[in-house]
Write a protein that binds this ligand. Structure first.
Ligand SMILES: [Mn+2]
Length: 481
């Protein structure tokens, strides 16, 4: 194999971070990017299509920044999915070339319809067909590399971009935010993501620190941070504000200043140490009480205390932008636009407000026609009331409420568009007994609906005219389980 097309530094990073038996796969993967770089050379106009979540938005930011640096004029579409409607619209755009990022590999049959276009797909989802036709397909799966844990859509886009021009290594930190958004960080990264992390650190844009992983350390007051983070599972403390305050007082932590509650980052170093040790003790009923210690990823150019400082919080903010119809604000923020950063932060605030309202609505309507508790399952009927973008999150929050019995299914309904409802399914508790995606598929089969998702969070798009059949199918399948 010819290796001289990869720089010495890059080969060293591969040696350092990739298992020996996969190193050649990685080399081929990177060379493929180089081979495809002619796609953007000598081109003036390109259409970009990206997915709506944090990984999709960071993918879009990386490719747009790359095109901008090449002097290419671009257009952007951000989509939840690629369906017939999207493909029909793309048939009519003026650009001859289209790049799909973090989406496309699962919709190859549909994309093949774009015969008049030249297509490049940069994605990490499993390809839906083996034959790509004339489509340029760049995907780790084709090199026997793991696309679900080792590299995200943003990572795939990043490698394309940095192989095109090494100057683009300054975008590596965006691929780390994307990977975190796709839940690929588990006490560090593995595989290709590790190469990206090294380049992000080398570029000076990102710092990795070991410490306590407290979501909201930069932005939340310490009392609500400790009260509402269920993952911390502090025995006798989580969920009760008063218990948190007593806990802090016992530890002699000055959590207040001039009547305002401090953030974690504003506590004194020795107070933080005391707090962490005490938290680990309060977690001793768990298998891994130490799990709150891990890595955090801090963006060097963002201000301390900003929601954009911590890569985890950044990813959450981007997800909120995607859900609030503000994808382009999130992308522009990732591209470095300061005004858009401020706007993205405002969008997230609005999103949180909408979630808060949805929770209040849930509490006020419990055990009414709108929220029926059927024992084994609860149906939250948010039609005309809760936005489709919020309903899945509401179902997830309800599925973590203490008052809900273990193994209760939470099913929620909202308007998706004129013709369809969006239905989500979640389950309370450690989810290892049921595959929610296959349950949803069974329910959907009987009412001409489309199901999708994962084992622990699934959903369906149900034609409004078929909703009665769908509700009957829920009842039937739930009784059978
Ligand atoms: Mn992704």
């Amino acid at each position: 194999m010819q290796q001289e097309t990869l720089s010495k530094e890059l080969l060293e990073l591969i040696k350092k971070n990739i298992e020996e038996n996969k190193q050649n796969n990685v080399i081929s993967f990177l060379k493929k990017a180089k081979e495809y770089s002619s796609f953007v050379k000598n081109e003036t106009n390109i259409m970009v299509v990206s997915h709506l979540d944090a990984d999709g938005l960071t993918s879009a930011a990386i490719i747009l920044k790359t095109l901008q640096r090449e002097g290419i004029i671009y257009n952007l579409r951000v989509v939840q999915t690629v369906d017939q409607k999207v493909v029909d619209e793309l048939k009519n755009v003026s650009e001859k070339k289209i790049i799909f990022v973090d989406i496309g590999s699962g919709q190859l049959e549909l994309i093949k319809q774009l015969e008049d276009k030249e297509i490049l797909i940069l994605d990490h989802h499993e390809p839906s067909v083996k034959d790509y036709g004339g489509i340029l397909h760049y995907n780790p799966h084709d090199f026997d590399l793991d696309g679900s844990n080792e590299i995200s859509g943003a990572g795939t886009t990043y490698f394309y971009s940095r192989m095109l021009n090494e100057k683009n290594t300054d975008l590596a930190y965006l691929a780390i935010i994307g990977a975190i958004g796709d839940v690929q960080e588990h006490n560090g990264f593995i595989g290709l993501n590790k190469i990206i992390l090294d380049e992000a650190v080398q570029s000076g844009k990102l710092k990795v620190k070991k410490g306590v992983k407290l979501f909201g350390a930069q932005t939340k007051n310490i009392v609500s941070l400790l009260t509402y983070n269920q993952d911390l599972a502090l025995k006798g403390i989580t969920g009760s504000e008063q218990a948190v305050i007593n806990f802090l007082k016992e530890l002699n932590i000055q959590y207040e200043e001039e009547g305002r509650i401090k953030k974690y980052i504003d506590l004194k170093e020795e107070e933080r140490q005391r707090l962490i040790s005490a938290m680990i003790i309060k977690r001793s009923h768990l298998e891994n009480p130490n799990e709150i210690i891990g890595y955090y990823y801090s963006l060097t150019e963002e201000k301390r205390g900003s929601p954009l400082k911590d890569a985890r919080e950044y990813a959450t903010l981007l997800n909120a932008c995607g859900r609030m119809d503000a994808a382009s604000i999130g992308i522009a923020a990732c591209m470095g636009n300061e005004e858009m950063k401020r706007k993205a932060i405002a969008v997230q605030k609005e999103y949180k407000r909408a979630i808060g309202q949805a929770i209040n609505w849930y509490k006020q309507n419990k055990n009414t026609e709108k929220i029926k508790n059927e024992g084994k399952y609860i149906i939250i009927d948010g039609r005309n009331i809760i936005k489709a973008e919020i309903i899945g999150t509401l179902a997830s929050i309800v599925s973590r409420m203490e008052e809900i019995k273990e193994n209760t299914f939470i099913i929620s309904i909202a308007d998706a568009d004129e013709e369809n409802y969006k239905v989500s399914i979640r389950i309370k508790g450690e989810q290892n007994n049921y595959d929610l995606r296959s349950i949803m598929t069974k329910i959907a089969e009987k009412s001409n609906s489309q199901a999708g998702g994962h084992t622990n969070a699934a959903g369906a798009l149900v034609p409004k005219k078929n909703i009665e059949e769908f509700l009957k199918a829920i009842k039937k399948i739930m009784e059978e389980i």
